[in-house]
Ligand binder design. Sequence first.
Ligand SMILES: [Fe+2]
Length: 403
Amino acid sequence: MQKKDARTNRRSFLKSSLLLGGLVITQHEPRAQHAPESKEEFSFLAGPYLQTTFANSMTILWVTNREASSWVEYGTSETKLDQKAYGTSELGLKPAGRINRITLERLQPGKTYYYQIVSKELVEFQPYKVTYGPEKRADIEQFTVSDPTKQTVSFLMLNDIHDRPNSIGHLLGLDQEADRDFVFFNGDIFDYQTDEQQLIEHMLTPVTQLFAKHKPFLFVRGNHETRGKFARDIADYFQHIGNSAFTLGPARFVIIDSGEDKEDDHPVYAGIVDFDSYRREQAKWLAEEIQGEAFRRAAFRVVLMHIPPRYSGDAHGATHCTELFEPLFNQGKVDVVLSGHTHRYKIHPPAAGLNNYPIVIGGGPRDGQRTLTRVEMTNQQLNVQLLNDAGEEVGQYTVNRKK
Ligand SMILES: [Fe+2]
């Protein structure tokens, strides 16, 4: 791990402060980072950061340097955190570990909640005697629950950051206008997965300091997140990194994990990947999703996937996505697909007989090629805008409601 570079990057994004969702977030120097095996003081390594698929729930995630029992205390008054939530028990056991993922459910739509994460180190774990260290508490933070029935929705998309964490702050800092519901990371945030320290320094710490204590983000893998020795571990640190679907306001959102870009039997994958089957399973899932009431009834149907379903060359992953997903997107009357992968921002309008919907591709990762994608919608209209890293509009597309 290139520790020095990471530190330099961290300093550069710490220089600015960011306005997101109407909140000015002043950034502080991060807490010292410790290796998991360190005998230093028990501490939080990352978080708290928020993820959600809405529906009046919020998932709070954080990482400690050693194993602990952890929970969230929360409530609608800053001075009265009168509710407590643990992670999901499995086989009767509450979670006890380092990576925490706790979902608060049945929240009140539109309401602001205050929360505090708490971890108590498991100092010694004997069969009949568990010894805890003192409780460690982070500051009280807050978030507002997006009302699932709201009339307008807006979000920001970043893609193809490729291990340049300062790009996250720079690009999000271009948006200072309105309250956003979430930030979407559309893959290739890394070059490949090395270890937890990379994950923390290049994504979890920047997003936590910039916005994610207060605003949720969603993340889908790109082809680069499938690579490297830590690729099989990263799912633990997120609510999900694969395909999913959710409703917010006028839109049904569908997230597809487009997988690798080369054939499964390509020598660089060493025989240990299986993306053809994975994409086929998702196509089966999508075929059901587009028949569902939530999808059919939505004013807008928005697909988020890293490799675009067309226009990214003839590598196997790209053509397999076209073959599997394009007919379903057409059949389901998808309104827009938002992607990355090509590193060249471009808006492809609908093309008769091919994609019946526009495909918006964000750029990156180099300076001058990076983009922030802004999406705003009402019940009648959806607007997509691409800003380059100087904040200039370099693409715009409007979709009017079809029915
Ligand atoms: Fe990519």
